[in-house]
Design a protein around this ligand. Structure first.
Ligand code: ANZ
Length: 797
């Protein structure tokens, strides 16, 4: 560290953090909408007591981007807050024996101090905490609006029950192997009365990503999650009964190949369909099915099971009697809960039919391929559909069954309504009370916030902790009357984060959830956070925005225009996270090398969207680099003139770094600045513009140091008020061009040459290109064509 003794990062960083704060540098001018840029990073859970390197990796680089945008002339708003309700905070509190409110406050205080050490442009005047009554009263307001508009509703449903955390989980919190994302326990199914938000009303609109600059992968994940499928519902009469079974199929074209029906074990039709002889076997089968979750039931690799009901249905097109089975590979929660099985063309049906000896009919020509054939082909064995393509056959059969009154075309979505009830303490109380007959009523707005009571044993016992609060029951009876009871579930924490971005522009607003005058600051222009939020938070936020728009509170359709996912920081190969216990604290590095060095090091680790495995070996390299920057800018004597050569370096670096910042390629921006400084470190004198350019380009990455350098260079304004540098086009034109080489008109290679190279030189290097050489060696070159700077063509015999 001796080389760097002139630069006292501790003093400088503290000094600027204080000055920036004292001068409210990070609160934008909220009245200037024209250049507004709302730059948001996903807020964090105060679940542990420390920010780790992974958090920094989200906040540091995004601040660099925000500072770059500010220098480009944008009026940047970068707020910060805490998603302080929810399981992580509650579990932490339980583990440490402290009330969640106290531990949350303490954790937030520590995290705030750490966040401040980043020296980011956070507008702390608009901080928010989702667990504060000033915030959650508006989460409750949101619930009431959804309730009034029939988007929030209550129903009994099978829910995912986590036996370790003793709570219901949303589908998204259950991993593909059927275990809980958080506790790792095998999730069970349990019936409970729950609150839901009807996100399915928005399924179609949520598939529209027009005008959004989002990662393709995330768009695809949301689309798959919503899972739109187009098909038909068709009625099959049950033989001998005055009853029909309605099936959902995406392949109505294959109806002539449907040789049996399957109904789900939960189907309410079962009782009427099962014949006496088969009742015991069916009952036993259905009991067993209860033990499996949806993922196990739909797993393609698992053995298919089922049992015959004793009844038959009539295939409405062939008039043939086909058996009705019950099997758990058919889910009650999708489509109509019953299917027409087509073993010739569906893998699950084929496996099932093969196992139980059911008839298999081929109805799509497979030209020798084995069954089940799921590809494209022409219809066979299908009467009126014979010879048609699948597409045409679908169209024809749908209109045919519609005409016969046997069914109709139908679109289905995999997306289910959002289950928001949690049987936990640390969350927003659901503002609902029940009259003595058990009917739900909304808590009138004048009673909001409907406060979370204190007199609660918050250790999980399998029922909602709020049920143990005497004060909550007393409050309810006092306001509503004797015999009235409160709802004791709290809301999923994802409800809190589904609207927080609306409140930030005025987080102290008391007349509503968000300051309507400031809604021009929305949508968020740049949103950065983890890709793991693709199907939960990011979908919920889109849904809530659309719902609030429909209720007349917002005039835009989407919350986040541009979305970026930072990569993941791993430690020894696995994701750095509190739950894995492999976190690394940034504090010691900041103490030893300073905040700027630490931030720059993180950004230098790899592409921002890829992340990387943490090790601290390279941090001294970055520390030395910043030391060089300091000495070059502060100690090197200034020369009067700027050579053409240096001017080219200056302009090319401005261009390159600007392009890198634009696409958040911070690691390559830093290497360009390293190359830049290497051009000047051995010179006795450098021109002032070399120094100024360096400080300017590096300022978003090392804000404290560059602000200090700016002052030393004699500037009175903040470097962040100084406009981003422009470059001189004429000085950045590359004199290297790529020439394509063809042999007999076919491209055989490419070479890079200097723009001014002579024809002979170009032809010489073209011939020595390895691949080209293979195509001309041993042959006679009859003609050599050269289009300067672009193309060479050798005509050979
Ligand atoms: C006949 C058929 C023939 C089917 C064929 C597929 C291929 P997606 O695309 O996922 O919507 N299905 C319908 N409801 C179901 C349920 N509740 N549980 C399990 N499977 C169900 O798939 C729809 C297809 O999945 C439907 O089309 C149905 O099988 C099955 F060659 O009907 B198909």
């Amino acid at each position: 560290m001796s080389e760097n003794k002139e630069y006292n990062f501790k003093q400088v960083e503290k000094k600027w953090q204080k000055l920036w704060n004292d001068n409210s540098c990070h609160t934008p001018n909220f009245t200037n909408i024209e250049n507004k840029h709302y730059c948001l990073t996903m807020f964090s859970y105060p679940s542990g007591d420390k920010l780790h390197v992974g958090h920094w990796y989200n906040y540091g680089p995004v601040d660099t981007y925000a500072r770059y945008l500010k220098k480009k002339g944008l009026n940047v708003f970068q707020p910060q807050g805490f998603d302080s309700f929810g399981l992580p905070a509650e579990n932490y509190a339980i583990k440490h024996g402290i009330h969640p409110a106290d531990s949350t406050d303490k954790n937030i205080a520590k995290m705030k101090a750490q966040l401040s050490s980043i020296g980011a442009m956070f507008d702390w005047t608009n901080e928010l905490r989702t667990s504060s009554p000033e915030y959650y009263r508006w989460t409750q307001w949101l619930f009431l609006k959804l309730y009034k508009n029939k988007i929030a509703y209550r129903k009994e449903a099978m829910v995912n029950w986590d036996p370790v955390d003793q709570t219901v989980l949303a589908n998204e919190q259950v991993l593909a192997d059927g275990t809980s994302e958080r506790s790792g326990a095998t999730v069970e199914q349990k019936p409970l009365k729950q609150w839901f938000f009807k996100i399915t009303d928005y399924a179609e609109e949520l598939l529209d990503f027009n005008n959004l600059d989002w990662p393709r992968k995330t768009v695809l994940m949301q689309k798959n999650w919503i899972g739109k499928s187009e098909g038909a519902e068709i009625l099959f009469k049950v033989d001998g009964l005055d009853l029909s079974i309605n099936v959902y199929t995406t392949r109505p074209d294959t109806i002539y190949g449907s040789t049996y029906l399957v109904i789900s074990p939960e189907s309410s039709l079962l009782n009427s369909i099962v014949t006496d002889d088969f009742k015991d076997a069916v009952d036993e089968y259905c009991e067993k099915a209860k033990l499996k979750n949806e993922l196990e039931r739909t797993d393609l690799n698992k053995d298919k099971t089922g049992t015959f009901t004793g009844s038959y249905a009539i295939n409405p097109l062939t008039d043939k009697k086909i058996p009705i089975w019950v099997a758990d590979y058919v889910l009650s929660s999708y489509g109509t809960g019953s299917i027409m099985a087509v073993p010739g063309h569906d893998c699950r049906d084929y496996e099932f039919a093969d196992k139980y000896g059911l008839e298999i009919i081929e109805v799509v020509g497979s030209e020798g391929s084995e069954l089940p054939f799921t590809g494209d082909g022409l219809l066979i064995n299908s009467d009126i559909l014979n010879g048609l393509s699948i597409k045409d056959a679908k169209r024809k059969i749908i209109s045919h069954i519609e005409n016969l009154g046997l069914g109709y075309g139908k679109t289905n979505y995999k997306l289910k309504d959002w289950l928001i009830s949690r049987q936990r303490y640390w969350g927003t109380p659901i503002p609902i009370v029940y009259d003595p007959d058990g009917n739900p009523h909304p808590v009138p707005e004048e009673h909001l916030p409907w406060e979370l009571p204190d007199d609660v044993d918050y250790n999980p016992k399998g029922t909602s902790p709020l049920g143990s609060s005497k004060s909550l029951i007393d409050r309810t009876e006092k306001i509503f009357g004797k015999g009235w009871t409160p709802e004791i579930d709290t809301m999923d924490t994802f409800v809190c984060s589904s609207w927080y971005y609306l409140r930030y522009p005025n987080s102290n607003y008391t007349d509503g959830p968000f300051d309507t005058d400031l809604m021009k600051w929305l949508p968020v222009d740049t949103y950065v956070g983890g890709a793991e939020h693709a199907t939960m938070h990011l979908l919920y936020a889109r849904f809530i925005t659309k719902a609030l728009r429909d209720f007349g509170y917002l005039s835009f359709d989407e919350p986040f225009l541009k979305l970026f996912h930072q990569g993941t920081i791993t430690k020894d190969g696995s994701k750095m996270s509190k739950s894995k216990g492999n976190t690394v604290s940034p504090d010691e590095f900041i103490d030893q090398y300073g905040s700027d060095t630490f931030r720059a090091y993180l950004m230098f680790m790899g592409p921002f969207d890829e992340g990387g495995d943490w090790n601290d070996k390279g941090i001294t390299g970055i520390y030395r680099f910043l030391g060089k920057v300091w000495r070059t800018c502060v100690s090197t004597i200034e020369s009067d003139t700027l050579s053409k050569e240096d001017s080219v370096i200056v302009n090319k670096t401005i261009k390159g770094v600007s392009e890198d910042f634009e696409s958040m390629k911070f690691n390559t921006a830093i290497s360009k600045l390293m190359q830049y400084i290497n051009n000047f470190t051995n010179k006795d004198k450098v021109h002032i513009s070399v120094k100024e350019t360096l400080a300017q380009l590096l300022s978003p990455i090392a804000p404290h140091m560059c602000e200090e350098i700016w002052g030393i260079l004699g500037k009175e304004n903040s470097i962040f008020d100084e406009p981003w540098l422009k470059y001189d086009e004429s000085l950045v034109v590359d004199d290297i061009v790529v020439v394509v080489i063809q042999v007999n008109g076919k491209v055989r290679g490419k070479i890079e040459i200097s723009k001014d190279s002579s024809k002979d030189a170009v032809l010489g290097s073209a011939k020595s290109n390895k691949n080209v050489n293979q195509h001309i060696s041993g042959k006679e070159i009859v003609k050599e064509v050269y289009v300067p700077g672009r193309l060479v063509n050798f005509v050979v015999k």
